[in-house]
Design a protein. Structure first.
Length: 442
């Protein structure tokens, strides 16, 4: 059994402690002093932004596919069965980081990232070849292939930022995270216009795949590491990293809190457009309902980086989690265009803030930054478990009669419990910081 590693004391009010939570992890960090900027650093940030735009951002447009499949391509399948496609993809985005995180720490950034970019483009082109009614073809191309590709790019595109930024890390990570929301807006608009228009599914998906290919090619050209691996720091195994995360109570509370939030997070992104159509708001507005939510998410992720120096990562996480839990309850009474616009934008904004805080929160609680890729992989693997199971379960609770209150109440309850865990973690870190200050001489 691995003994618990002491978590460093953290000041939650200090700007320096927020953006630079730990001392250099090894002599390697001293040799390669991080300058917090420069052309190479900002190019890497832009490349990471494009990776999020074309990777996880594509998942946020799955509501378009959910609606189209249920009405046309897979009309014989239940909403729960169709949700397995998006749920499997979202699960792989998180879980594959368990492998990619350690590979990044050991210096294999380029092979895994470029391989993920190639696989994403290939999977989308294969999706365009799927025949109507061929569930297994769509599941393999979109649920498995695209999910693996997005997952391979996800953790490395975040972890590389720690090589280029230190004091601005939380800000840059939140801005990069906004790429997924912007991708959700653009891909949703594009796919709705293409596959629901005269162009049709096959050609529309191919145009979308070509657009993604061009952007990912630019991303691969922009991304550069400052160093390969940490040669003076011994490699940590997956099991050892997992047990360290479990035995560090603050880190464990954070992971479980995000796990519960992730249980509820994707439900509106999958069913908001379907909800609008079934409330008789017309196809035109329904197509834009997901765009409104992703616009709110983009604003939330962008603003999170600027708010953290004043609010702090833990406090902003608590606020956004509780707000999302309350807004989910409000989905029961959605009926008018105004209610969909207001609730969709607010939910997108607060959920975007929460997701933008995941990587900075992990960096905040990681004393040895050479383990950051590994810890992100372990954390995303755990928090992504419900991404696989909950969308189909929510479809089962929704049933063919569309009982909107059933999945909404479940989602809001688990999100609120996650907020309580973040509050407990906040209190724990405050007490540790206070005790550390009292024990410091002079």
């Amino acid at each position: 059994m691995v003994p618990p590693e002491r978590t460093p004391s953290i000041s939650l009010t200090s700007k320096d402690a927020l953006d630079d939570p730990s001392p250099p992890a090894s002599p390697t960090d001293v040799e390669h002093e991080i300058r917090d900027g420069g052309r190479e650093a900002w190019c890497a940030a832009l490349g990471s932004f494009l990776a999020q735009f074309c990777g996880f951002g594509y998942s946020f447009a799955f509501g378009v596919y959910q609606d189209y499949y249920s009405r046309h391509y897979l009309s014989e399948e239940s909403p729960s069965a169709i949700s397995w496609i998006g749920g499997s993809s979202a699960y792989l985005v998180s879980s594959i980081g368990l492998v990619c995180g350690p590979l990044h720490d050991r210096g294999y950034f380029y092979p895994i990232f470029i391989g993920g970019a190639v696989l994403q483009c290939f999977s989308l082109f294969m999706l365009s070849l799927a025949r109507p009614g061929s569930y297994y073809q769509i599941f393999l191309a979109q649920g498995i292939g695209s999910g693996l590709a997005q997952g391979v790019m996800y953790v490395p595109s975040y972890a590389i930022l720690s090589q280029h930024f230190r004091r601005r890390r939380a800000l840059v990570m939140s801005v990069v995270a906004s790429g997924a929301s912007l991708g959700g807006i653009v891909h949703t608009l594009m796919l709705n216009k293409l596959i629901n228009g005269p162009i049709g599914f096959k050609t529309g998906v191919r145009i979308s795949a070509g657009f993604v290919t061009v952007l990912l090619f630019c991303s691969c050209l922009l991304m550069r590491t400052r160093y390969g691996s940490h040669p003076h720091v011994p490699s940590i195994g997956i099991w050892k990293a997992f047990t360290k995360c479990v035995f560090e109570l603050p880190f464990l509370l954070m992971v479980v809190g995000f796990l519960l939030f992730q249980t509820a997070f994707l439900y509106p992104f999958y069913y908001f457009q379907v909800d609008a159509i079934h409330h008789g708001l017309g196809f035109s507005f329904s197509f834009y309902s997901l765009v409104i939510m992703n616009a709110g998410s983009f604003w939330g992720r962008m603003s999170a980086g600027f708010l953290t120096p004043f609010v702090g990562v833990p406090d902003l996480t608590i606020l956004s989690t509780v707000a999302c839990a309350a807004l989910l309850v409000g989905m029961i009474w959605l009926s008018s265009v105004a209610s969909f616009v207001v609730l969709g934008f607010l939910y997108g904004a607060f959920s975007g803030m929460n997701i933008a805080m995941m990587a900075p929160f992990m960096a905040l609680l990681t004393a040895n930054q050479s383990e950051l890729g590994m810890r992100m992989g372990v954390s995303f693997f755990i928090t992504g478990i419900y991404d696989h199971f909950w969308p189909p379960i929510s479809g089962a609770l929704l049933t063919g009669r569309y009982l909107w209150w059933a999945p909404v109440l479940f989602c809001s309850t688990v999100a609120f419990i996650g907020g309580l865990l973040f509050l407990v973690l906040r209190i724990m870190l405050t007490r540790r910081a206070k005790n550390s200050n009292q024990n410091t001489p002079g």
